[in-house]
Design a protein. Structure first.
Length: 323
């Protein structure tokens, strides 16, 4: 069984309970990963979770450098090959309380390439891969450009039952693009962003003259960007990341799945090294965002003051100094 970290935001049982699966994706190991997802869902259901969230590539695991081998493996892992499993093993777990499972994996894209797709398994969604119910990762780093196609200007907003919450979606690298987050927060008015990721831990940044060095740059970025973006966009961030080392490349993933309030404060966070399930009961998503906006409504205050410049260049004045 997985270790479980369990917290309660409030005593109001009518509010959603979120489960985050801070899991390691076995590579190669599609069937092992499916078994992990099943076990996690069973535990989430037993503990009263209403929405379960899994990391990016939770069935396939991440890419690696041997292209021929990786193409063959990912073709076997593509989600369309496993929809029968979703229907037979995951859907029967759903009921009036355990309402949705948020997953990410490869789906078929244009030509030979795949799409990096986040989809929702729910009784309200008969076809989880239908375009109107799925989100395709927009921004693709490094090796992902070899195998996947961008979702371009894709955004997905899901409204909860009774219209109480509006949820947006990002995938890993997407979260570093604040224009996307601002569209969600200001234009779409979402209350929360679900961020799924296979976010790495290790990268070196060295500023020798300043005596500053880090070998965990990506991990430190995760821990700084998520709270900052939550605060500056006044939205919840519910982030689920992979953990552990890739079975072929050895790349380490940061884990650190967690929940950040619209204030930017981290409420709870999972391990950076070990698999575990994180559960937060009874989160008052809409009320907490309204409370932050009552104090300082960034979107309103910005639009009240700033206007595009007359030359159409946005909000920046350009001054040319004589030589």
């Amino acid at each position: 069984m997985f270790p479980v970290v369990e917290r309660s935001y409030s005593d109001d049982v009518s509010l959603p309970t979120v489960g985050l699966a801070n899991l390691h994706a076995v590579v190669p190991g599609i069937e092992e990963n499916k078994a992990k997802v099943e076990r996690a869902c069973e535990e989430f259901k037993r503990r009263g979770v209403s929405v379960a969230v899994f990391p990016e590539f939770c069935l396939s695991g991440y890419f690696w450098g041997d292209e021929a081998e990786c193409w063959d493996y990912m073709e076997q892992a593509v989600t369309e090959r496993h929809l029968d499993w979703v229907d037979a093993r995951l859907r029967p777990l759903l009921d009036d309380h355990f309402r949705a499972i948020v997953m990410n994996n490869l789906t078929r894209g244009p030509g030979r390439r795949f799409l990096n797709t986040t989809f929702v398994v729910s009784d309200d969604i008969p076809d989880p891969l239908a375009d109107e119910f799925s989100y395709h990762k927009v921004f693709l780093p490094g090796i992902e450009k070899t195998y996947t196609e961008s979702g371009r200007d894709d955004r997905l907003i899901v409204t909860g039952r009774e219209g109480r919450q509006r949820i947006g979606f990002t995938t890993c690298y997407d979260y570093l693009f604040n224009d996307l987050l601002r569209e969600y927060a200001v234009v779409d008015g979402v209350d929360a962003i679900i961020q799924v990721a296979s976010w790495r831990a290790a990268a070196t940044r060295d500023y020798a003259g300043m005596n500053v060095r880090s070998d965990l740059y990506y991990g430190e970025l995760w821990n700084s960007v998520l709270p900052a973006a939550s605060a500056t966009n006044q939205v919840w961030t519910v982030a689920c990341n992979a953990v552990g080392r890739h079975g072929i490349s050895g790349v380490a993933f940061w884990g650190g799945s967690g929940v950040w309030a619209p204030s930017g404060l981290r409420l709870v966070q999972a391990s950076n090294f070990n698999e575990e399930l994180l559960i937060v009961h009874n989160i008052d998503i809409a009320a907490a965002r309204d409370e932050e906006k009552h104090d300082f409504d960034y979107g309103f205050d910005f639009s009240e003051v700033y206007r595009p410049m007359s030359d159409g260049t946005g909000y920046t004045r350009r001054v040319h100094l004589s030589e």
